[in-house]
Design a protein around this ligand. Structure first.
Ligand SMILES: [Zn+2]
Length: 308
């Protein structure tokens, strides 16, 4: 390129460059949302902090720090209470500081755990599954799961809100039922929600993450657990087939396996769980907090059709 053409090129570039607008500074705004302010035991809520990245955000539940993470368009933290949480008030405190503008925002809110009894449900299992009602076997499986849920990874991404693992699917059994199996041989809460699925029908990841588990469990059968980071996991049980392996990264909506009837179930279906901060929570109630949430279709929630 000679000097003349270089000059023309620079001239053209200068003329074509858009004029940079120097708009008046936008009024700073940090918004803090904490929802819900009343919830049942074994439920989760979320804190959302809207504002320009980066902010220094701190959130606590009863003075205990919560994991705060960037969600792609805001900061989030999830809080959860387990089945045994007595009714009472708890304090969530959030502070957000913008180190560049000096802007500061804070919010303190009481969240109330309400007294609530999950409905009693009675499940009958065929005699060949009775060994799976063994107390030690059940406790061992839950202990194993809890060690997985104790993991706290920062996977750097987040899909919020979650999808359901069976888009458009029909819910056959809600979360939380206080279940008695075969007249009292085993007694436990239903720690997930069930979707109607025939053997071989697809099951999809609720959100992006890394596959933590894809193996056969006694009670839950062929089980996939996806680690979404920040102490949030999703679990898919009774599968007939795995389409992912531990360590695989999956995208929201990706096929991960096929529904089945493995483990302690009296029929094919998908059992789906969401775990927040080590606590199994009601997925439906958590997703229902999202604006524009469309509830899934349900058969009579009091009807137990799956038993798993
Ligand atoms: Zn279930």
């Amino acid at each position: 390129m000679n000097q003349r053409s270089l000059f023309i090129a620079i001239l053209l570039l200068t003329l074509l460059l858009p004029i940079t607008a120097h708009a008046a500074p936008i009024a700073p705004s940090i918004s803090i949302t904490i929802t819900p302010d009343k919830l049942n035991p074994a439920n989760a809520g979320y804190i959302y902090i809207g504002g320009v990245y980066p902010l220094n955000v701190k959130a606590t539940l009863d003075d205990q720090p919560l994991n705060v993470f960037w969600s792609g368009d805001g900061y989030m933290a999830l809080f959860a209470f387990d089945f045994d949480q007595p009714a009472g008030d708890h304090t969530i405190a959030v502070t957000a500081d913008n180190p560049e503008t000096g802007e500061h925002a804070e919010k303190t809110q009481i969240v109330t755990v309400q007294a609530y009894s999950y409905p009693l449900e009675s499940v009958a299992l065929p005699s060949k599954l009775i060994p799976l009602l063994d107390k030690d076997l059940n406790i061992h499986e839950v202990d194993h799961l809890n060690t997985i849920y104790a993991g706290r990874t920062n996977l750097g991404g987040w899909d919020w809100p979650f999808n359901f693992p069976v888009p458009g699917g029909i819910v056959t059994s809600r979360f939380g039922g206080d279940r008695t199996y075969n007249g009292g041989m085993w007694h436990a809460h239903h720690t997930g929600m069930d979707f109607r699925r025939s053997i071989g029908e697809p099951v999809y990841a609720a959100a992006a993450g890394r596959v933590a588990v894809a193996e056969l469990f006694d009670v839950r059968g062929n089980l996939i657990i996806i680690d979404h980071g920040q102490g949030v996991f999703s679990q898919y049980a009774h599968l007939s087939e795995f389409d992912v392996q531990p360590g695989d990264w999956v995208a929201r909506g990706q096929l991960i396996g096929l529904a089945g009837a493995t483990g302690r179930t009296n029929g094919p279906h998908l059992h789906f769980e969401v775990i927040v901060n080590g606590i199994t929570v009601d997925p439906l109630k958590l997703l229902a907090l999202i604006p524009n949430f469309v509830p899934p279709r349900e058969v009579n929630p009091s009807t137990i059709s799956s038993g798993g």
